[in-house]
Design a protein around this ligand. Structure first.
Ligand code: CU
Length: 313
């Protein structure tokens, strides 16, 4: 575990992290100083001039020009500093460098998927090289999600029907947490993904192997891997118990009851349709919440998942 974080902040693993923290600490310490002045001043005056000490009542001054100028100028200077400091950093964090690698991020109930420039794609794992700017072009297929990588200090809403953009440059290799920060809806807190920062060479190799995933594996083994890596496992168990969706155990070549009262035989075509067009037939007793994997899974991956489901007797 990385223990270089501080009391208020997780470890710093992107080029902005230090700058974001400096601004945070400036605001924190400035607020602490003013908090102390106000609270201790208040206590001091309350004690010093409390009723019963028999002090002569004097007519107070109506105003004090010097004092008023000072207490106007100091806070003004402070907020102007915070404004320009924050605005500069905001611009920097919102304008990706021209040479950044562009990765498409898609948020959906309840997982993240990532598409790389060479056609590779991953689910719940963002793979990036160290020391290179990475631009994230983000959108949602359903509700608003909140893309957050605490160690990189980046956080951005992921919204349906429009793109949002953010970027980062990781400063160290390693694996970091990626969360969804939305509260509304039950599954956002389960959208837990990892950012894997690799050395440049390792990343190049990964990109090449990413497009040939599953080679040298049986279809069913590849399917078992995809069941986890493509997040089917967040909604489907394979041990016969129901989750958000039905278990895959023993469904193949058995009749399944649908919500419209009819029933169908689970065969290869039904499984394929269930993955690519999940709303076409809804299993009785379940909500129509499965997202489509059209465009997320290629044909070989659908074949592999089908082969895997067939092995679950
Ligand atoms: Cu979410």
């Amino acid at each position: 575990m990385d223990t270089t974080g501080t009391l208020f902040m997780p470890p710093q693993h992107s080029t902005f992290a230090g700058q974001v923290d400096s601004l945070f600490y400036f605001i924190l310490y400035a607020s602490t100083v003013f908090f102390a002045i106000v609270v201790f001043g208040m206590i001091f005056f309350a004690v010093r001039y409390r009723r019963g000490r028999k002090q002569p009542v004097e007519a107070g001054p109506s105003h004090n020009t010097a004092l008023e100028i000072i207490w106007t100028i100091i806070p003004t200077v402070l907020v102007v500093i915070v404004f320009f400091w924050g605005f500069k950093l905001f611009l920097k964090m919102n304008v990706p460098p021209k040479d950044a690698i562009e990765i498409k991020v898609t948020g959906q109930k309840w997982f993240w998927s990532f598409d790389y420039p060479n056609g590779a794609s991953t689910v719940n794992e963002l793979d990036v090289p160290v020391g290179k700017p990475v631009k994230l072009l983000m959108s949602s297929r359903d509700v608003i999600h909140g893309f957050f990588i605490p160690d990189f200090r980046i956080k951005m809403d992921v919204v349906p029907n429009r793109y949002t953009i953010t970027w980062f440059e990781a400063t160290q290799t390693g694996t970091f947490n990626l969360f969804c920060t939305q509260y509304c809806g039950k599954g956002h807190s389960e959208m837990i993904a990892k950012v894997k920062v690799m050395g440049e060479r390792e990343y190049e190799d990964w990109l090449v192997s990413g497009t040939k995933a599953g080679e040298g594996m049986s279809l069913a083994d590849f399917g078992a891997k995809l069941y986890v890596s493509k997040a089917c496992a967040t909604c489907h168990n394979v041990d016969g118990t129901a989750n958000v969706g039905p278990s895959f155990k023993g469904i193949f070549e058995h009749q399944v009851k649908l919500s419209d009262g009819s029933s169908v035989m689970v065969d290869e075509n039904y499984i394929r349709e269930s993955i690519l067009d999940p709303q076409a037939k809804i299993v009785a007793g379940y909500q129509p919440v499965m997202p489509t994997f059209q465009g997320v899974l290629n044909d070989r991956e659908v074949d592999a998942l089908t082969a895997y489901i067939k092995t679950l007797k």
